[in-house]
Design a protein around this ligand. Structure first.
Ligand code: CTP
Length: 337
């Protein structure tokens, strides 16, 4: 294939759908007009780096669900091969500002660097797969009590939320972002949506360790919403509301960014309550036509709602996956990580 003007390549393990990976995809997408994302196989990662937590099909779902990804290329080589980039019509490869080496300690991007086909972007601080695995291994400690958000200056959080709310080009605004301050009768609008909201389908949850169970749920929710000519707004529990024993693993800012990068949502409310009373529903921009819930995990608030507002989803891929599924994978294979 000939090079397609503006088509960018990025590749990696993308183990977990964390906001660091999304940040790299966003910056890569801003370099061009289309973004092709190469995802390495489990075997290649094992050989060069170590065992993955999320299997290839799960990692593909995560990347595919990112608003800035145009196309996923599974089984991309670990050492970036310009011939494979050519095959997909990509001139440049993008990578975060860390060195990735292969099993022999060689820079995976040296060939592309030598050819002038390498673009470096800023890594997102304070997040990595290794860090998340560490938090899971450390689950009995008080990891969640040290607010990781304090490591980020507030201006950085503001800029990050604004950029993650962008449209598929990564440049223009798209999703509306709101803060729910309990005492206030209206939401505080943090980022204005590109188009306003009329009919809205609402989902709420903690969305900890944003995994295929969440992603497929949101994808199905979006299909349901679109068939009713509605938009999807997600409400995220704050850390105190989400807290259950040693969960959440990710703090409110991190969980919000993970959901915000999803192509299956149109808006985000940071700080949703567990009980969806009329006071909260009345604050949502637009007319809430349904609250979508996972049938096997019918949250208690659904029972408090007007039952005609509840729409249950079942029978979707990964519907039985939970945050504990992932944590248990890590704990059960503790010795490997
Ligand atoms: N990346 C980033 N910020 C992070 C973590 C990763 O910008 N906090 C970028 C990497 O630089 C790379 C892309 O995300 O361009 C995919 O990274 P990946 O291959 O999955 O591996 P790592 O760099 O090791 O990231 P992680 O530790 O999270 O696995």
């Amino acid at each position: 294939m000939t090079i397609v003007e503006g088509r960018i390549w990025i590749d990696g393990c993308f183990d977990f759908a964390h906001h660091g990976h999304a940040g790299a995809m966003l910056q890569a997408r801003q370099e061009g007009t289309e973004l092709y994302v190469g995802v390495h196989s489990d075997e290649e990662i094992l050989k060069h780096k170590g065992p993955v937590v999320m299997k290839l099909p799960e990692r593909v779902i995560a990347v595919e669900g990112c608003r800035w990804c145009t196309k996923v290329v599974p089984n991309a080589p670990y050492v970036t091969d310009p011939l494979v980039m050519d095959q997909y019509g990509c001139k440049y490869v993008v990578h975060g500002d860390d060195i990735t080496t292969d099993a022999d300690g060689k820079d995976c991007y040296q060939i592309c660097k030598d050819l002038g086909r390498f673009i470096v972007v800023k890594r997102t601080p304070n997040i990595s797969t290794t860090d998340l695995v560490g938090r899971m291994l450390d689950i009995n400690s008080h990891h969640h009590q040290g607010p990781i958000s304090l490591n980020h200056p507030i201006t950085d959080i503001r800029e990050r939320v604004q950029s993650y709310a962008s449209d598929p080009s990564g440049r223009d605004s798209y999703a509306g972002v709101y803060f729910n301050i309990e005492e206030s009768s209206t939401l505080h609008e943090f980022v204005s949506p590109k188009n306003g909201y009329q009919k809205v389908v609402l989902v709420v949850g903690e969305f900890d360790l944003f995994h295929p169970g969440h992603i497929k749920f949101l994808q199905e929710t979006q299909k349901y919403a679109r068939s009713n000519d509605a938009k999807v707004i997600v409400g995220i529990y704050d850390d105190a509301t989400a807290k259950n024993a040693n969960y959440p693993i990710m703090n409110l800012v991190e969980r919000s960014l993970c959901v915000l990068q999803s192509k299956y949502i149109d808006g985000l409310v940071i700080g949703a309550p567990k009980v969806l009373d009329t006071a909260f529903l009345g604050k949502i921009p637009g007319n809430v036509i349904k609250v979508v819930v996972n049938a096997s995990d019918l949250p208690s608030q659904a029972q408090l709602l007007d039952p005609t507002l509840v729409h249950e989803l079942s029978e979707y891929e990964y519907s039985d996956m939970t945050t504990s599924t992932i944590v248990n994978r890590v704990l059960d294979n503790r010795a490997e990580y």
